[in-house]
Ligand binder design. Structure first.
Ligand SMILES: [Zn+2]
Length: 257
């Protein structure tokens, strides 16, 4: 009887601890040190009004806590994690809370790595089977170096994760409105065909690889050259703004949803 009581108390204790841990996670703000990293590395965060900054920081905190972080042949620092988390929040900012739940592991390599399955070198990728997002850190940093060259590895790979998350059955599936997605696929196909004929309106040729790459490349332009993207391809831009529920070309109207 005592043993049963002891087990009960221990279990209850553990559950209370979990509960407090969870409450702390949900209620406490992002730590001062982590906010300083955001301030120093995420210009889009600095531009947000005060209240939205708090909300953004909280979302970064959830993303940091929800993922398993792994550095392969690299010491993964907190600053690196915060920067990756901030990129994920930036991409998913238009949604209430979107953590890309299927991908619970972020794996960081120092530089381009060889995929043992294909023997090819990659700067990043998504491995839905292993529930992982893979990033080469030097390429991630290079992507952030110039915020307006439409090259951003972090956004690109996270966009792949989002594209898949939409169709993987879990709490975060069916993120995109099906009618808008159908429209997007049609517009993307037409633009990819134009790119193949050398008549693309803006995107680099790689976008024409397939629908998934087109989406990932479009996301890079969406955040890094939004005004030009909107000007040259208002149809595609408008559609992507509806899918992602934000409008970086006109941040004033962002977050109206
Ligand atoms: Zn890609």
């Amino acid at each position: 009887m005592l043993a049963v009581l002891a087990i009960f108390m221990v279990t209850l204790g553990r559950e209370l601890f979990d509960l407090f841990g969870l409450l702390h996670l949900w209620l406490a703000p992002l730590s001062r040190a982590d906010r300083a990293i955001l301030e120093g590395t995420a210009p889009y965060y600095r531009q947000l009004p005060q209240r939205q900054r708090r909300r953004f920081a909280k979302r970064v905190k959830y993303f940091l806590a929800e993922k398993e972080w792994e550095g392969r042949d690299i010491a993964l620092t907190r600053a690196m994690q915060v920067r990756i988390a901030a990129t994920a929040v930036r991409l998913t900012w238009g949604f209430d809370l979107l953590l890309l739940l299927h991908f619970n592991r972020i794996v960081v390599y120092p530089t381009a790595y060889r995929d043992p399955a294909t023997g090819r070198r990659h700067q990043g990728g998504v491995a839905p089977g292993r529930r992982s997002i893979l990033l080469a850190w030097d390429h991630f940093e290079a992507g952030e170096q110039d915020p307006a060259d439409a090259r951003n590895l972090g956004l690109h790979e996270l966009a792949h994760a989002l594209w898949l998350e939409d169709r993987i059955p879990n709490e975060e599936d069916e993120l995109f409105d099906p009618a808008t997605m159908a429209e997007w696929r049609q517009l993307a196909e037409a633009e990819a065909a134009a790119i193949r004929k050398g008549q693309g309106r803006l995107f680099r040729a790689y976008a024409a690889t397939d629908q998934a790459e087109f989406f990932a490349v479009a996301v890079e332009y969406f955040f890094e050259q939004p005004v030009l993207f909107k000007e040259r391809m208002p149809d595609l831009y408008g559609c992507l703004a509806r899918l992602l529920r934000q409008d970086p070309a006109d941040p004033a109207v962002a977050r109206t949803a």
